[in-house]
Design a protein around this ligand. Structure first.
Ligand SMILES: Cc1cc2nc3c(=O)[nH]c(=O)nc-3n(C[C@H](O)[C@H](O)[C@H](O)COP(=O)(O)O)c2cc1C
Length: 387
């Protein structure tokens, strides 16, 4: 009697911890990552775009903003929104990018950070992950400039993420590159001097990936594949079609156990998802016993969107890199006499054919189950082929 009470107590405690960890993971996944820059010539901005692409390749959403009072010589920076110090506390992580000024951070960045005194007093950025990248010219002081930026971030109690001595395939070692173990830099003096180099952009991309993994507490356990701009699909027809249907991709759900959101074997990608939306299951329960067929169709579409969000990560940030949809398997939380599995699964099948066209035609299996994880009404397993 007493043993069963203790077992129930321990089991309940473990369940509570598990659900707390899910809430925590969902919370992180729903917050943007800020890439905050100062840039007058646009070089820091170019690095920022690669940092952002690397972060988004790992399934998080990143936004680039600039500090106020910038006079810039490139129109690209006009469209970048200005950040305020108040908003810093709302992000899951902040990557800082600054030009190097006399072996230190730039005047604008320094002025902005000086305005964070109120946040520092309350230590509101304590433990928030941060990383630094910088743009220089001669390269003089590129390492110490990053560590001088660290002094401010350490005062805020932030958790600093480094670049490390990363070995990235195919880097041209015949020319000086701006990689440092502390963070990426570039040696960029004048417009048109071909900097940041292709390899410096690769380091920035990798730094973005490493930073995202630090935010989501995921080890960088997959082979490092850095896409080179020219090798990637440059259009995004598939996502445009999705937008025309009034749909958008959610942030790719992160695993809450010792598994990965996708596995790539050769050019095949394997993905499993349930009907998570904003950290909760959409229409949890049994179909036709609390959940209507219409609700189950919506949950199926949501599950397919989750699959596509993970697929985008696997496809180097662009669904146009998908060669074909190979197979979809849908499992539904049903009563034993339910027979309309195919009717529900059409919500997923129609969606992929609508956005991928002929490449979306696939083989399919549908199943009924007496229960599904998290009480989801549906689970989809999918196999895709990449280019
Ligand atoms: C006042 C001043 C000081 C600078 N000091 C350094 C320096 O110590 N080391 C360096 O490599 N570049 C230095 N530079 C060059 C810039 O950091 C470099 O051109 C950078 O790429 C500009 O970044 P942006 O294009 O994002 O504005 C300095 C530039 C200025 C205006």
């Amino acid at each position: 009697m007493r043993i069963s009470f203790y077992l129930k107590f321990i089991f309940g405690f473990i369940l509570a911890l598990a659900s707390l960890s899910k809430v925590f993971a969902a919370d992180i996944n729903n917050k943007d990552v800020l890439v905050l820059i100062d840039s007058s010539g646009g070089n820091t901005y170019k690095l920022a775009e690669s940092i952002k692409a690397g972060i988004e390749n790992k399934g998080l959403h990143a936004v680039i903003k600039k500090v106020p009072n910038q006079e810039h010589t490139t129109n690209d920076l006009d469209k970048v929104p200005v950040a305020s110090t108040d908003e810093l506390v709302k992000y899951s992580g902040i990557a800082f990018g600054s030009p190097i000024y006399f072996g230190n951070i730039s005047t604008n960045m320094s002025a902005f950070m000086t305005q964070t005194l109120a946040i520092w007093k309350k230590q509101e950025l304590a433990n928030v992950p941060t990383t630094v990248f910088m743009s220089g010219c001669s390269g003089s002081g590129n390492e110490t400039s990053i560590t001088s930026f660290w002094n401010i971030l350490a005062s805020h109690g932030m958790t600093i993420v480094t670049l490390g001595n990363s070995s990235i395939d195919g880097v041209n070692k015949a020319i000086p590159q701006g990689n440092t173990p502390y963070g990426t830099t570039t040696r960029s003096c004048l417009p048109g001097d071909n900097r940041p180099s292709k390899d410096e952009l690769k380091y920035a991309y990798f730094q973005g990936q490493k930073f995202a993994n630090a935010i989501t507490h995921t080890s960088l356990d997959q082979k490092i594949i850095i896409p080179v701009a020219s090798e990637k699909a440059t259009t995004n027809t598939v996502e445009t079609k999705l937008q025309k249907l009034g749909l958008s991709l959610p942030i790719a759900p992160q695993p809450v156990g010792k598994y990965v959101p996708f596995k790539r074997v050769g050019n095949l990608v394997y993905i499993n998802q349930v009907a998570l939306k904003d950290g909760k299951i959409l229409y949890p329960g049994i179909i036709e016993s609390g959940v209507t067929q219409e609700q189950a169709k919506q949950a199926t579409q949501q599950t397919m969107l989750n699959v596509l969000a993970v697929l985008k990560v696997a496809a180097d940030g662009n669904l146009d890199n998908v060669k074909q949809v190979v197979q979809l398997s849908g499992t539904f939380n049903t009563l034993p006499n339910f027979t309309n599995h195919a009717g529900l699964m059409n919500s997923a099948s129609n969606l992929v054919v609508d956005i991928f066209g002929d490449k979306g035609v696939h083989t399919r299996g549908t199943f009924g189950a007496s229960s599904l994880p998290l009480n989801s009404p549906v689970e989809i397993q999918a196999i895709f082929e990449l280019n």
